[in-house]
Design a binder for this molecule. Sequence first.
Ligand SMILES: C[S@@+](CC[C@H](N)C(=O)[O-])C[C@H]1O[C@@H](n2cnc3c(N)ncnc32)[C@H](O)[C@@H]1O
Length: 255
Amino acid sequence: MRDTAPMLGYNSTSYGTGFADVYDDWYGDVTDVAATVSRMVGLVGLVDPAGPVLELGAGTGRLAIPLAQAGLGVTAIDSSQEMLDRLHALDADGSVTVLHGDMVKDLPDGPFAAALIAYNTIFNLLDNGAQQACFSAVAARLAPDGVFVVEAFVPELDTLAGSDVSVRSMAVDRVVLSVSQTTPSSQQGTSPSSRVLSHRRVPSVRSRARATPEQLDAMATAAGLVLDARHADMAGTPFDSESTQHVSVYRRLTG
Ligand SMILES: C[S@@+](CC[C@H](N)C(=O)[O-])C[C@H]1O[C@@H](n2cnc3c(N)ncnc32)[C@H](O)[C@@H]1O
C-alpha cells in the first residue's frame, strides 16, 4: 500500500479537508450529544431561554443542529467550507445560522447568552496567544451573565513526550488509527489520523497547543470571565485529579 495523498501542513481549513467526508461516521458519538444539549439548554435558561448560542468550530453541525432542534437560536461558525457543506446537507430546515469564517477574527456581533467550543476545538487554535484571543473575542460578545463553555481534554504534562498509536475503530472494510507525536516543552502535538479503505489511505495533520485547565482559566480571567463550574463531562460527573476531560463554564459577570 502506498500513500495517495501527501501529508498536509496544518491550517484552519486542514481539518475539513482531512475529515469532512468521514467526520460524522468516525466522530458522531465522540461526545455525548444529548448531555450537551441538556447542559446548554440549562445554562442558557439562566440567561435567556431562547439563547442565542454561538458554537465555535461547529463543523458538520453534530452539536449545533440538535441544539437548534431543542429550541435554541444557534449561530455556527467554522473555517472549513467542506465541514459546513455537510452541515447544510444535514440541516434541511436551515435551523442553524451558519457563518464561514475564523473563530477568532470573524465572530459575529452578540450578545449571546452562551458560546460553546466543544470536543477539543480550542486546541485547533495553534498557540496560546490565539486561544487567548479567542477567549477575549468571545467575552466581548457575551450578554451579561452569559457563559463560555469549553470542552477539552486534560493534557498529561508529565507523560507528553513521544508518540502514540491506537485503534480508533475497526470494521470489515475499515481501520481507523489515531497517531500522535508530542513535544512536552512546547505542549505542541501533531495528531495525524489514517483511514484505510481498500487501497486508499488518507492522512491529515492537526497541531495543538495543549493548554491545561489552569492555563485556560488564566486566559478566561484575562478576558474578564470567571470560572463558574468545572465537570469531567457534559453530564456533570465531578472533575478531579484523575479526569481526562473537562467541561469548564466561564461566566461574564454583570457590570
Ligand atoms: C474537532 S472538530 C469539532 C466539530 C464540532 N464542534 C463537533 O464537536 O463535532 C473542529 C472544527 O473546528 C474547525 N476549525 C479549526 N480551526 C478553526 C478556526 N480557526 N476557525 C473556525 N473553525 C475552525 C474545523 O474546521 C472543524 O470543523
